[in-house]
Write a protein that binds this ligand. Structure first.
Ligand code: ADP
Length: 442
């Protein structure tokens, strides 16, 4: 298979417009062929000489035979062929000749009908009628090939090709126009998959595809309501957990056994972080909790957060590349949460003996980039796309050791999106992971 055929085949498989177009092109061809076949089938060839057309041609043949003379004169026959468009073939004991060498021999023609009163027989050559006159000495076949059409010039042919091309192009775009809701649905599904669940597909036609778009919007609405209900439930539960957690913290102080006390305090701390992260996510989404953007030096925030981890045991974090300052409109507290979450994860997983956690701050044309690279076990490929989802945790045995509820990265993502930026896991393997934060430079 050639490359261009493969490309066309690929395009054909992916384009519903082209498929529909081909389907109705084939329909047109089959219909036209069928109509022609039907017309042919209903031809009354067995009674040719009783039909008006047959009678006219028999009359005409009689006249032309008289013009050719007896024995037939080739010169006269040639003139008749030129004037009337009727080609003549003569075969017999004497001379055998024809006005056009491409005419078939008379015995090869199939006889459909014989005239009752004369020696005429009817046949057909490429859909044109043929009348054969039988004499004792010879047979004369008259091929009525003439059609009342003018000579086709090159420009006429061009016009025809242009017209066919215009009709085909017009009908292709017609199919595209009729099926444009398919494109809108496709965009809608992609937007929702990207997380833009408020996206609505515009419905501008009352036909089946328009109704499909309406159903799609209804479905998206249902999903929106389910997500809002889930978020509401989480927030309510988080609120309700705050008072029992405070009471537990007080009660734990009375526990005598130090190891049990330490374990309980750790559990309570984790629950408190989870509740705080859930409530922070909710605050970001609510009207009053929008960002408080102030021109702030991103480099100083990073340095500050890195500094808070300097005295801790375990992996060391180092700012390896950075401009002296990078002032951007930021919500200081929220950006601190972002760095804290990412650095805490990096410190939790990185192997200190393989080197320090590296942080790089660079300024591109449209955005400032902060990359945090650790030397941890990495995140399995099939889980990488899900780690920013709430409550998603990579393999449970690992999480049991490290604690956490899988909310940290989700909060990072939400804060970055609220800033008009993004958080991505740029690469991850068994040699470590690199998370990248992009802040827009407005
Ligand atoms: P948690 O608060 O439970 O740590 P996160 O949302 O921060 O949850 O992380 C989600 C999952 O991604 C966790 O299961 C964690 O194991 C994994 N993860 C996050 N950061 C890293 C990292 N730097 N290296 C390896 N795994 C990571």
């Amino acid at each position: 298979m050639t490359k261009s055929w493969q490309r066309f085949h690929g395009f054909f498989r992916r384009s519903i417009f082209l498929k529909l177009f081909v389907v109705y092109l084939l329909t047109a061809v089959v219909l036209l062929g069928g109509l022609r076949a039907f017309k042919f089938w209903t031809l009354d060839e067995g009674n040719f000489f009783q039909t008006p057309w047959g009678r006219i041609l028999a009359h005409q043949a009689d006249y032309l035979l008289g013009e050719i003379g007896s024995p037939p004169d080739p010169e006269k026959a040639r003139r008749i062929a030129e004037e009337w468009g009727v080609q003549i073939r003569v075969e017999g004991s004497g001379a055998s000749w024809s006005t056009d060498s491409r005419l078939p021999s008379i015995p090869s023609l199939r006889i459909h009908d014989s005239h009752a009163q004369s020696h005429f027989q009817a046949s057909r050559f490429r859909f044109h009628p043929v009348i054969i006159a039988n004499d004792d000495a010879q047979r004369v076949a008259l091929f009525f090939l003439h059609r009342p059409s003018r000579n086709v010039d090159a420009w006429m042919l061009m016009l025809l090709i242009g017209m066919i091309a215009a009709v085909l192009t017009g009908s292709y775009w017609g199919v595209r126009w009729v099926l444009r809701p398919v494109g809108w649905l496709n965009t809608g599904a992609k937007e929702i998959a990207k997380g833009n669940i408020d996206h609505q597909v515009s419905v501008r036609s009352p036909d089946e595809l328009g109704r499909l778009a309406e159903s799609f919007n209804d479905m998206a609405q249902q999903v929106r309501e389910m997500i809002h209900a889930r978020d509401r439930l989480l927030v309510d539960v988080s609120h309700e957990l705050r008072s029992p957690l405070t009471r537990m913290k007080v009660a734990v102080e009375f526990v005598q056994a130090p190891s049990t006390k330490e374990k309980l305090q750790q559990e309570i701390r984790e629950l408190e972080i989870m509740v705080a992260e859930l409530l922070e996510s909710e605050r970001l989404a609510s009207q009053g909790g929008q960002l408080h953007l102030v021109a702030t030096d991103l480099v100083s925030i990073v340095k500050e957060v890195v500094g808070t981890y300097a005295s801790q045991e375990g992996a060391e974090a180092r700012l390896v590349v950075s401009p002296r300052s990078l002032v951007l409109p930021l919500d200081r507290q929220r950006v601190q949460i972002v760095f804290r979450n990412l650095l805490e994860n990096a410190m939790k997983y990185s192997h200190p003996e393989k080197g320090p956690i590296e942080i790089r701050i660079t300024a591109e044309t449209d955005f400032a980039c902060v990359a945090i690279r650790d030397h941890g076990p990495g995140i399995p490929l099939d889980e990488q796309s899900r780690i920013f989802e709430p409550f998603y945790r990579v393999d449970l045995s690992r999480t049991r050791e490290t604690g956490g509820y899988g909310l940290g990265l989700n909060l990072v993502k939400k804060i970055m999106e609220a800033h008009g930026g993004e958080a991505v896991l740029s690469c991850s393997s068994d040699r470590g992971s690199t998370f990248i934060l992009k802040f827009p430079i407005r």
